[in-house]
Design a protein around this ligand. Structure first.
Ligand SMILES: [Zn+2]
Length: 153
């Protein structure tokens, strides 16, 4: 392909069907639906589009940008609304992590002493498996909430 700027290519992509095999001799690359072919009028300067299709492409580009801005705004609004909920949930998750993280050592102590070592080992194993799973789930949720909140606490 001849020297076509990235801006030009991006702009043409709003009105052309395909751009991979375009060459300057083909003229304006915009697809004309009613004709079933490309526009082929002489492009402006060294561009890929004629004046009319350049304007069409610029309008579509502008509309796409506005849509993106609107979506970013919507995301921001949603975030602002959800932030207190995410924070509150993270506090609950942290409290649970504290509780289950602490209970492991307490339970270990409670089981210490009386029972046969092999039974005790099994009990401790079962206990810690449950706790490990619970803690893994909690820490995953904690990480997800922290990502959402975005403070990388
Ligand atoms: Zn054209």
């Amino acid at each position: 392909m001849t020297e076509v700027s990235r801006e030009d290519l991006a702009l043409a992509s709003y009105v052309a069907l395909r751009l991979d095999d375009w060459s300057p001799e083909q003229g304006c690359a915009a697809w004309v639906e009613s004709r079933g072919s490309t526009c082929a009028k002489p492009p402006l300067d060294a561009a890929m589009l004629c004046k009319r299709h350049r304007n069409v492409a610029l309008k579509r580009l502008d509309a796409a940008r506005q849509k993106q801005e609107q979506q970013a705004e919507d995301r921001e609004l949603h975030r602002a609304k959800m932030l207190p909920e995410w924070r509150a949930e993270r506090e609950r998750v942290e409290a649970d992590m504290e509780r289950y993280g602490g209970s492991l050592t307490n339970d270990r102590a409670a089981y210490g002493g009386q029972s046969h070592p092999s039974i005790r080992r099994k009990q401790l194993q079962a206990l810690s498996d449950t706790n490990v799973q619970r803690m893994a789930k909690l820490s995953k949720r904690w990480q997800r909430l922290t990502d959402l909140i975005g403070d990388h606490k």
